[in-house]
Ligand binder design. Sequence first.
Ligand code: ZN
Length: 195
Amino acid sequence: MVLPIYSYGHEILRTVCEPLTPETIPAALISDMWDTLYGAAGCGLAAPQVGESVQLFLVDSKLLYNQMNPESRAVYFEDNIGIKAVFINAVITAYSERRWVSEEACLSIPGLQYGIERPWSITIEYRDEYFQPHKRTFSGITARMILHEFEHTNGVLYLDHLPQRKQKRIAGKLDRISRGRVKADYPMSFTNDSR
Ligand SMILES: [Zn+2]
């Protein structure tokens, strides 16, 4: 089931999410989040973006890998082929010194896209949808997608990485997005919707 995606301006996008336990793994929510992600043609989605304040996010970078030509793959993926995975209670335990800038966008902030500097690779400890523990290192665009979604579960948005003066300049655009004065190709919940 496709869920509406909460727009910029919703307080839940600024809230630190609660951890899950084996007893509280929301199987139906995870299934709905995949539907919502693919319905919006996205590559990552975090639970607070659909109104659930829990430490859960999904990433599919395989889709992008399959769409890219070999030259682009060499830049964005280097030696990996991407992942499709569920991340629960994630903790980033290491960041590479190597950093890179690449364009990012967010399903909660439609119509905007900015270059953001991030570490090239990260090590992350997390549980999967069966609550099995993992510790893995990811790089390139996959690490970028993971960091973007991980930050959502801590109330951080990618725009927070922009310089202050840039953030000031786009404040009007963000205000319009929060009030629904924006076009998106997928269902959204705006701050002025009655719910
Ligand atoms: Zn996002």
